[in-house]
Design a binder for this molecule. Structure first.
Ligand SMILES: [Zn+2]
Length: 180
């Protein structure tokens, strides 16, 4: 089953008691729907396999593609590759306060058994964000050299050596002062 509407929703009444497959496409407009998203541009394919049982649905999620992010070293924007594999357990419950031990599962979501649909938008967003490292920088090329903007890197290097110079001068002044 392919979700052509591409609205990141699973319509439960359409599901049958068998494994199902959904494909979603995550592009720039996906992130405009998420409040406070720092990501503006992306091109990702989300593959979802559903294992539907009487009391729960197991979702196997695979995300591949890239998000456009700002490099933490040179501040240029670049395409950061994304590869995510995860599992989500969605439990149907009559009463959402009912106790359920879910520690063994990667991710867990509870919905009422009367719910007719599951919106995966925020789940997909979290998977994308969690699959990225805290610090995002341009990758090195095949020879191990940085692919950051060379002009910015040169400026940063100059600034660094200037700073070191200032510190050296101060240190020298202090040393001379002590000799007196
Ligand atoms: Zn960079």
């Amino acid at each position: 089953m392919n979700n052509l509407e591409n609205n990141y929703v699973i319509y439960l009444q359409n599901l049958k008691n068998e494994d199902l497959h959904l494909k979603f496409f995550v592009k720039d407009n996906f992130f405009s729907k998420i409040k406070l998203s720092t990501i503006k541009k992306a091109n990702l394919v989300v593959d979802i396999n559903l294992d539907l049982k009487r009391n729960y649905i197991k979702i196997f999620t695979k995300i591949e593609g890239f998000v456009n992010v700002q490099c933490d070293r040179c501040m240029d924007y670049f395409d950061f590759p994304i590869k995510y594999n995860g599992k989500l357990l969605i439990r149907f419950r009559e009463n959402l306060d009912e106790f359920f031990d879910y520690k063994k599962e990667d991710d867990y979501m509870a919905i009422s058994k009367f719910d007719k649909q599951i919106d995966l938008k925020h789940y997909i967003y979290e998977c994308i964000v969690l699959s990225m490292p805290y610090k995002k920088v341009h990758q090195n090329d095949e020879n191990g050299f940085s692919t950051c903007n060379p002009l910015i890197i040169e400026k940063l290097e100059n600034l660094k050596s200037k700073k070191e110079n200032i510190i050296d001068h101060r240190w020298l002044a202090l040393k001379n002062f002590n000799k007196k």
